[in-house]
Design a protein around this ligand. Structure first.
Ligand SMILES: *Cc1c(COP(=O)(O)O)cnc(C)c1O
Length: 231
């Protein structure tokens, strides 16, 4: 049962760790069931799907939509009016577009820098060095509609828990380094972003216990809650 899984997971979360229920490829009714069990944060990874669900579920007060998948720049405009956290800000170009659409929508959108720490080749995400270079570039300071809120990472897709832990550990090291970087700005210019770099999003159905050990503040769980994805 969806509600049992939500309760089982949330009962194990230390203070300061929140659950994002990853509802991609599951119907709106599954989200309603999770909501009834008290779940409020939902993660989706396709612009069209989150758009449909947002419309159908508009009656659920306090529900927060998190975008967790690769976001194409031409889709940002569809989700900018309501998305509460983009976990997958994976390039300077995407951040610039999120800023543009956030300003248009009269909002500030919280974004996490997606860090590439896994062994798999992927074109998505900043390496830790690229992310530091991005922070150093200062470009983010001009993005009035974006609040850099932390870091998201995925571990290597493997059964090797030593490797998984090492990946999460690298993400955490970057996260702490970036926090130090932000805290070096004493003035509140930049929309107060400096104090807001607080989220470390990591951990999925198979590895969230390790992620919490390594300092995650947001875990993203789909399969364990909703079962196999349906379409
Ligand atoms: C699908 C997805 C998840 C959830 O994965 P499960 O293994 O089903 O828990 C978490 N994070 C991201 C980025 C995803 O795309």
């Amino acid at each position: 049962m969806i509600s049992d899984e939500i309760q089982r997971i949330t009962a194990q979360l230390p203070a300061g760790v929140r659950l994002v229920a990853v509802s991609k490829y599951h119907p709106a009714e599954a989200i309603r069931e999770a909501y009834s069990a008290g779940q409020r944060l939902f993660g989706e990874s396709h612009a069209q799907e989150i758009q449909q669900k947002h419309t159908v579920l508009a009656d659920l007060a306090g529900l927060e939509w998190h975008f967790i998948g690769h976001l194409q720049t031409n889709k940002v405009k569809y989700i900018a009016p309501y998305v509460s956290l983009v976990h997958s800000a994976d390039s300077p170009r995407l951040l610039t577009e999120i800023n543009k659409q956030a300003v248009k929508a009269g909002r500030t959108i919280r974004c996490l820098l997606q860090l590439h720490v896994a062994a798999e080749e992927t074109k998505f995400g900043f390496t830790p060095d690229e992310a530091l270079a991005y922070l150093d570039s200062g470009t983010w300071r001009g993005l009035e509609g974006v609040e850099l809120a932390g870091v998201m990472a995925m571990a290597t897709n493997t059964d090797d828990i030593v490797r998984i832990r090492a990946d999460f550990h690298r993400a955490r090291q970057f996260f702490e380094r970036a926090q130090t970087y932000f805290s070096s700005f004493s003035s509140p210019t930049g929309g107060g972003r400096e104090g807001a770099f607080t989220e470390l999003s990591m951990g999925m159905s198979d590895d969230w216990h390790i992620a919490i050990d390594e300092g995650a503040t947001l875990i993203r769980i789909g399969t364990q809650i909703f079962g196999q994805r349906q379409y």
